[in-house]
Write a protein that binds this ligand. Structure first.
Ligand SMILES: C[S@@+](CC[C@H](N)C(=O)[O-])C[C@H]1O[C@@H](n2cnc3c(N)ncnc32)[C@H](O)[C@@H]1O
Length: 222
């Protein structure tokens, strides 16, 4: 199934396409240093039906070694082009879907796990995205995430100041997003597995949290 997401001027602008085209090159050093080991740890043992939201160029695809099926949602056309190429290189059948986290053209109760890495800082309507993720998760399913969140203390105050500028410079990324609060407000039980402060450290992107979030049954819309 492939649906066409409404084109987003920001993602499809010249700078958005440039960002997408060179994203892998820009993140290569971080990937080698901590990205790849982290992705192996997070996804190597995942089984069942998996949905990745905001799959980008497909950095996670090689790590879903035990998945039964994988759907990869990505709204940016240049990212999707690379995602298709990566999907052809992995042994798993990957279904690439052109869509937004806020409006997933996917059935209810369809996935054992939803994966988000470095995505929830950017989605425009976070409550809508979290509600959609909850909708498509099977009962007992989980969201597995690795995301940067607003820092406590002085760094957090600095992120508040930098946030508007950073949002424009970094493709809509929110430097000061309170993701864990948003997850709890959306009816998830959150487990933090690790707080990561990789080096070099950018004040806009620290700390990162590796965690899981499970929708609480009472909060499911049924
Ligand atoms: C920083 S990249 C991360 C890509 C990949 N998940 C990774 O770990 O390398 C963020 C991705 O989220 C996508 N994205 C932005 N807004 C989105 C939204 N509302 N719904 C789904 N994906 C979105 C972008 O197009 C981009 O590919």
């Amino acid at each position: 199934m492939t649906t066409t997401a409404e084109a987003n001027p920001r993602l499809e602008s010249r700078s958005g396409r440039f960002f997408a085209r060179y994203y892998d090159a820009m993140t290569q050093r971080a990937e080698e240093k901590w990205g790849r080991p982290l992705r192996t740890l997070m996804f190597g043992e995942l089984t069942g039906d998996i949905l990745e939201v905001g799959a980008g160029s497909g950095a996670n695809l090689p790590y879903f070694a035990k998945a039964d099926s994988l759907v990869a949602v990505e709204p940016a056309s240049e990212m999707r082009r690379q995602l298709h190429r990566r999907a052809a290189e992995v042994p798993l059948d990957v279904e690439v879907v052109d869509a937004w986290a806020e409006n997933l053209p996917l059935p209810d109760d369809a996935f054992d796990t939803v994966v988000c890495t470095l995505v929830l800082c950017t989605v425009t309507d976070l409550p809508a995205a979290l509600s959609e993720i909850r909708r498509v998760l099977k009962p007992g399913g989980q969201l597995v995430f690795f995301e940067h969140v607003r820092s406590p203390g002085a760094v957090g105050l600095m992120q508040d100041v930098l946030a508007p500028l950073w949002k424009r410079a970094a493709g809509g990324c929110h430097a000061n997003r309170r993701l864990l609060t948003a997850l709890r407000d959306a009816g998830y039980r959150v487990r933090i597995h690790e707080i990561v402060r990789p080096w070099p450290r950018y004040p806009t992107n620290t700390p990162y949290v590796r965690g899981t979030a499970v929708p609480l049954p009472a909060d499911r819309d049924r």
